[in-house]
Design a protein around this ligand. Structure first.
Ligand SMILES: NC(=O)c1ccc[n+]([C@@H]2O[C@H](COP(=O)([O-])OP(=O)(O)OC[C@H]3O[C@@H](n4cnc5c(N)ncnc54)[C@H](O)[C@@H]3O)[C@@H](O)[C@H]2O)c1
Length: 437
């Protein structure tokens, strides 16, 4: 394939070397003439393991060239990969000036090109950048229509500097965002030989995924450092602690707990978080990440409360209110907190949970219901129908399978607010609302 690569920085130079190594003919484009000259001499414009030999070989074998002329590069290629920088402004906002400039150049270049050109944005850009900046600039300058006259897609890069060539060939995943299914088939074929999941999704989701990855990596570093600081002060080897932590691939290093939804609760997480952050404070150890977790959790309850208040409904039915389906434990259940707040604001409430039945409860949970939250037991009903028959808004509070078909049991005027995603429909439904989806 004939490929042009715009931007000869880390991402662009690695792309040029690896694509050429895969047998493609690659033309690099950059306004920086030093970088263009270096590539044309078979030298690497970046310092990075393994890239020098790839660029040298590609140049010697005639598959690599470089230019500062965007028109020439577009004319001589079927597909353009855009890898220009997307720096921060001094206030932290994203600066798209290089993206706008390159889109103006590519838009001008495709104006009179008869063939349908393929444009791929590899630069990291916030969700909405493609739809609000990239596509409008390309369409305005070229006079052509995205999707019809040229293909446009978003393909975030996940390489790490220092191991960039290895990462390019062994990506954790390939993500392609497209405005219509199949639009990025040519791009997908470039990666077909890679042994990695290929995910094709909307351009906004692809844009978002890249930020989520980097923010998560930053959070991991900060979390491990705070744990290490507490451990050291306690005379414990923090690295050993985190090595043991990382051996747990069921709950710690896994997808578990990483699904957007409602607040956490239960008898352990809030209590143990409070104990550890209190201990850190007593030792004068600053743990801003750990200290922010409980406020973040409270904020999630406030957010749902706000959503319910804005719904206009006054009769609320809650399906599932133990902190987890399949348990009768109500201690620190965030759904109970939500119910109490709604009762305090004068909403009419009915609640149902097959696992929480006062008559059958024994021990601590019975005492807790009868003594700590007796007002809750008074609004409990025995089946889902009692909720669907009497509620304007139904809140799904835990992931019990019996709530999965709730949309089939409500009328179009009854609203469903799903805090867990158990009733998420395949297509958007007007009376269904999720918390983070
Ligand atoms: N560096 C990384 O490890 C990494 C990893 C993944 C994603 N990214 C993202 O990829 C993008 C590029 O990052 P980078 O580190 O390669 O950037 P970089 O700053 O190293 O290189 C950007 C290059 O784009 C060139 N450029 C500017 N305007 C241009 C134009 N109109 N036409 C052609 N070239 C132009 C610049 O001269 C420069 O050589 C950024 O959005 C970055 O966030 C970077």
């Amino acid at each position: 394939m004939k490929i042009s690569v715009f931007g000869l920085g880390y991402v662009g130079a690695v792309s040029v070397g690896c694509l050429s190594d895969d047998g493609h003919t690659v033309i690099g484009v950059d306004p920086n003439n030093t970088k263009v000259d270096m590539l044309n001499r078979g030298q690497s414009p970046i310092v990075e393991d393994a890239i020098g030999s790839l660029l040298k070989a590609g140049r010697q074998e005639g598959r690599i060239s470089a230019t500062d002329n965007a028109q020439l590069a577009v004319d001589r290629s079927d597909i353009s990969l855009v890898c220009v920088g997307t720096p921060s402004r001094s206030n932290g906002s994203l600066d798209l000036k290089y993206v706008e400039a390159v889109c103006t150049e590519i838009g001008t270049a495709i104006k009179d090109k008869p063939a349908r050109h393929n444009i791929v944005m590899r630069s990291t850009m916030l969700p909405g950048s493609m739809r609000e900046t990239v596509i409008p600039v390309l369409e305005a300058v070229s006079g052509k229509s995205a999707g019809r006259d040229f293909s446009i897609s978003n393909n975030p890069e996940f390489l790490r500097e220092g191991t960039a060539v290895f990462d390019y060939r062994n990506p954790p995943k390939t993500v392609i965002g497209e405005i219509q299914p199949g639009d990025a088939d040519m791009l997908a074929s470039i990666y077909a030989h890679l042994d990695a999941p290929m995910i094709r999704t909307s351009i906004e989701t692809a844009e978002m995924v890249k930020y989520v990855d980097n923010v998560w990596h930053a959070l991991k570093v900060g979390f491990a450092n705070e744990i290490g600081n507490i451990a050291k002060q306690l005379g414990i080897d923090g690295q050993e602690v985190m090595e043991i932590f990382c051996k747990d691939e069921k709950l710690n290093l896994s997808s578990y707990y990483l699904r957007p939804g409602f607040a956490f609760g239960g008898s352990c997480l809030p209590k143990d978080l409070r104990a550890l952050t209190y201990k850190a404070a007593r030792m004068d150890i600053d743990v801003p990440i750990l200290n922010s977790i409980l406020p973040s959790n409270v904020g999630q309850i406030e957010r749902v409360l706000d959503t319910i208040q804005r719904s206009g409904a006054r009769k609320i039915g809650v399906l599932g209110f133990s902190f987890k389906s399949g348990t009768d434990d109500l201690r620190e259940s965030p759904v109970v907190e939500l119910i109490e707040r709604l009762m305090g604001k004068g909403f009419e409430l009915l609640i149902y949970d097959q696992y929480v039945n006062v008559a059958k409860l024994i021990g601590a949970n019975r005492d807790y219901i009868l003594n700590a939250i007796p007002h809750i037991s008074r609004i409990m009903v025995d089946d889902v129908a009692a909720i669907t028959d009497n509620s304007e808004l139904i809140v799904i509070g835990n992931g019990s399978a019996e709530f999965a078909d709730i949309l089939e049991k409500v009328t179009a005027t009854q609203q469903v607010l799903d805090l867990v995603g158990v009733a998420k429909p395949a297509q958007a439904v007007a009376n269904y609302n999720g918390v983070g989806w």
